[in-house]
Ligand binder design. Structure first.
Ligand code: GTP
Ligand code: MG
Ligand code: ZN
Length: 352
């Protein structure tokens, strides 16, 4: 046995767990391979198919898993898909590089919380663009439904099931006054996702609500859970697969932000599908973003733009701009317009 092929199911600092036909191998990178890697994107990540060499059989426990032995990774096979982002500016002076979050996935499951950390339309949109850029489909999971009052929960289920809010005599009005704004924004996000044909599921890792439906969406596919820290990605996976025992941490009450409880990525079986649990992202910077995924995510704006006076209108300062006119008439939400302009600017800045 000179070499075998396997799949990276867990990444640690310079170490990897690789599954080959049900056997787990504790792996390092081959020195020569490490020297050849010029780009961080060529390093193995969760979901990668890799070639293993220097296999030494020796059954033992590594980080809570029983491995069949050790090996070195000598090659990463070409990826079917990859979800990448621009590495965060964590260290001053360090070059920002392409960071591959997961390889060979079919679907991104965007997990956001309905309560804390607060739901933001811009966050959902950026994750949708990230999936589009990678050429993978997207599902949105609105988690922590157990923390939402029953009236609001009813309205949201109703919207997701397909009848518009207007048809029931504006149920938003019947919500508590203080929650009205938040509910309105949440409904806008849900309606928008529905119009785009993005599946939406309301879940709770505490009560288990919505998890059967989520399981159906995961069936037969390889997915990656994406979303802000503290949204509940690991908690949902723990509930779906109790054997996973992923670490979770409460959201900070001072900042309403997650505490980055997941630090390494894992790939686990859920029914007849696979799911990658990766650390929550503080910010999504795009790597090599094209205009196309932004345009298709903001189809409504692209439609309005057909009536702009100039064909190459940037919708920022030009006269006769139909997009700006729609904002002024209140037909296009100003915050959505701003997010579009910002993303298009990011796409145009892309290094070529
Ligand atoms: N009430 C309620 N709390 C939840 C739910 N899901 C997760 N939580 C809590 O939210 C906190 C964060 O959950 P995690 O599962 O660690 O979140 P995560 O998205 O994996 O976060 P990172 O690993 O940091 O990216 C924990 O305190 C969980 O108990 C839910 O559906 N309802
Ligand atoms: Mg986590
Ligand atoms: Zn314009």
């Amino acid at each position: 046995m000179s070499h075998i092929i396997g799949k990276v199911v867990r990444t640690g600092p310079g170490t990897y767990l690789v599954d080959s036909n049900g056997d787990l191998w504790f792996c390092h990178l081959r020195g020569r391979f490490k020297a050849l890697v010029e780009d961080s994107r060529d390093l193995p990540c969760v979901g990668d198919i890799v070639v293993l060499e220097s296999i030494a059989r020796e059954r033992r426990e590594v980080a809570g898993a029983t491995v069949s032995g050790t090996a070195v990774i000598s090659e990463v096979l070409p990826r079917k898909t990859q979800i990448s982002r621009l590495s965060p500016p964590d260290m001053p002076g360090r070059q920002r590089v392409e960071q591959v979050l997961a390889a060979n996935v079919d679907q991104g499951v965007i997990v956001v919380s309905l309560t804390i950390p607060p739901l933001k339309a811009g966050t959902v949109e950026r994750y949708l663009v990230l999936c589009r850029q990678a050429g993978v489909s997207a599902v949105v999971c609105l988690n922590k439904i157990d923390e939402v009052d029953p009236v609001t929960a009813g309205i949201l289920s109703h919207l997701i099931a397909g009848s518009g809010a207007g048809e029931t005599g504006n149920p938003i009005r019947s919500a508590e006054a203080g929650d009205e704004r938040r509910l309105r924004r949440t409904c806008e996000i849900v309606s928008w996702l529905r119009n785009r044909g993005v599946p939406v599921v309301l879940t709770s890792a505490v009560t288990g609500k919505g998890l059967d439906e989520l399981r159906r969406l995961l069936s037969g596919k390889t997915s990656v859970f994406l979303g802000p820290s503290g949204a509940g990605k690991t908690s949902i996976l723990n509930r779906l697969e109790p054997g996973f025992a992923g670490k979770t941490l409460p959201v900070s009450s001072a900042t309403s932000r997650g505490r980055h409880s997941t630090t390494y990525s894992s790939l686990l079986r859920v029914g007849d599908g696979e799911v990658a649990d990766i650390p929550g992202l503080r910010a999504i910077g795009f790597w090599d973003l094209d205009e196309e995924p932004v345009r298709s995510e903001y189809e409504d704006i692209e439609e309005l733009a057909l009536a702009c006076k100039f064909r190459n209108c940037s919708h920022t300062h030009e006269p006769g701009c139909a997009v700006k006119e729609a904002v002024e008439r209140g037909e296009l939400e100003v915050s959505r317009y701003k997010r579009y302009v910002r993303l298009m600017r990011e796409a145009r800045r892309r290094p070529r």
